[in-house]
Design a protein around this ligand. Structure first.
Ligand code: URP
Ligand code: ZN
Ligand code: ZN
Length: 463
């Protein structure tokens, strides 16, 4: 099958230019002006549209057991919602249960995704235990295309690992070329502050944020970078939320260290005020790290502009308000941590970044697609529109008006963190490897059509 997208404006991380795009099978064959119509069987007219490389969300949690329940989107509902929002690749997390092999977790997560994923997907491995054959397991995972690992400095007794374990993982990654991703918050200190709050009868959702200070994030980011420096490895900080943490990454990068970080739309667009909503609605905004005071988001936008931050992901981890968030009605520590957003990332960052003049179109593409592909071993197959790349293309209408709402979104969750937000710029058509999977608000894809991506370990050749 061949498709010609005509009259569009191609946007890559480097440039914006008028071109037709010829797709043969699953691959982009030509990108240039004036490709004759006879070159393809199917035509898409993209006059007035932007052609973006498919969005890449490298931080999602679909069908994830957490906090005594399971995230409400599975690989089918979550990736379908991703497609509606212009995301054609996700990287989700398999979780190694303590005392078990990483391969067991990989098999479990492959089963969750198989027959369900509607967009392409890779997997990171969450490491909880490096005893026994842990280091060999990491090499084994890299051979399977699991080229990145996440370790937690928070959630004591659940996911948290000690500094020795982090250092060993980093040292192994220096040899096998994988990338270590760090959830950076000082979990031990936070736990003490949490226990004090509970002892004082402070149980409402706002105490989730008040017991996780930005200093606890900054300290852990500093420590993660120091451990990586000692191990001679790169490090990637996930869901960075605060100015304090950002300063640590900036200082490391100024020293020339291979330290990278992502932030998420919620940290750019929402503040701690959301957790004070009445009727327990603050629980909708309970995730980790928490939302911060209003002076943090402008600093994060600035960090994105100056490349102190390299990626915008969502940390999509939805729990329904009615049946799941209410598990913590009498105790904020029992509110499942996480929020939905896989569908809205491109809309929000295009509107509040590009339309508001904070980001260029090219930087937008770089943050939501190209750099994630580079850092996580998928470039140039993913993350760009050029000859030989997968034909993952978003036909983006920069003038389309849209109001975000739980009533119309496709995520399987009963609220939106961005309810009522008006955005200009939205998806018209989405191609996954050459096939239209979304067009004019209709889903044309199929569960199971998304492919597992074996990602390359870059051996230090980071973006
Ligand atoms: O609250 C969050 N972020 N839930 C998902 C797990 C994690 O730490 O990323
Ligand atoms: Zn995390
Ligand atoms: Zn996460």
């Amino acid at each position: 099958m061949s498709t010609l997208i005509r009259n569009g404006t191609v946007v890559t991380a480097e440039r914006t230019f008028r071109a037709d795009v010829l797709i043969e099978g699953e691959t982009v064959r030509e990108v240039r002006e004036g490709i004759p119509g006879a070159a393809a069987e199917t035509h898409i007219d993209a006059l007035g549209m932007l052609l973006l490389p498919g969005g890449i969300d490298v931080h999602t949690h679909l069908d994830m057991p957490f906090g005594g329940t399971t995230s409400s989107d599975d690989f089918e509902t979550g990736t379908r919602a991703a497609a509606f929002g212009g995301t054609t690749t996700i990287v989700d997390f398999a979780i190694q249960a303590r005392g078990t092999r990483m391969r067991d977790a990989l098999d479990t997560w492959w089963k969750k995704a198989e027959g369900r994923a509607c967009v392409d997907y890779g997997l990171h491995m969450i490491v909880t235990d490096l005893g026994g054959a842990g280091l060999e397991d990491m090499d084994d995972m890299v051979r399977e295309g699991v080229a990145s690992f996440k370790l937690f400095m928070a959630y004591p007794n659940v996911l948290m690992v000690d500094d020795g374990t982090i250092f060993r993982a980093l040292s192994q990654s220096a040899k096998n070329g994988a990338l270590i991703c760090m959830h950076a918050e000082n979990g031990g200190v936070i736990d003490v502050i949490v226990q004090r709050a509970l002892a004082e009868g402070k149980t409402a959702p706002i105490y989730h944020a008040l017991t996780r200070p930005a200093t606890a994030e900054a300290e852990a980011v500093h420590r993660a970078i120091a451990l990586a420096e000692m191990a001679g490895a790169p490090v990637y900080i996930v869901h960075l939320s605060s100015e304090d943490a950002l300063n640590q990454v900036r200082e490391a990068r100024d020293r020339g260290l291979p330290a990278f970080a992502e932030t998420c739309p919620q940290y750019l667009l929402l503040t701690i005020e959301e957790l004070t909503r009445p009727n327990f609605e603050g629980a909708k905004y309970v995730f980790t790290p928490p939302l911060r005071e209003e002076w943090h988001p402008p600093k994060l936008w600035d960090g994105l502009r100056r490349d102190h931050l390299q990626v915008i992901s969502t940390d999509h981890c939805p729990f329904c308000f009615r049946d799941q968030k209410t598990l913590g009605k009498d105790d904020f520590t029992k509110i499942p941590n996480g929020g939905p957003g896989i569908e809205n990332r491109l809309q929000l960052i295009h509107h509040y970044g590009v339309n508001d003049g904070k980001l260029t179109l090219n930087r937008f593409v770089e943050l939501v697609s190209t750099t994630p592909a580079r850092i996580f071993g998928m470039y140039p197959r993913k993350g760009t529109i050029s000859e030989g790349s997968d034909a993952d293309i978003v036909v983006w209408d920069p003038a389309a008006e849209h109001v975000i709402s739980a009533a119309t979104h496709h995520m399987r969750v009963d609220y939106s963190m961005y309810e009522g937000f008006r955005v200009r710029g939205n998806v018209r058509t989405v191609l996954l490897r050459g096939r239209a999977i979304v067009d004019g608000g209709r889903f044309l894809g199929k569960a199971g059509e998304g492919m597992y991506l074996k990602r390359a370990a870059r051996g230090g050749a980071w973006a």
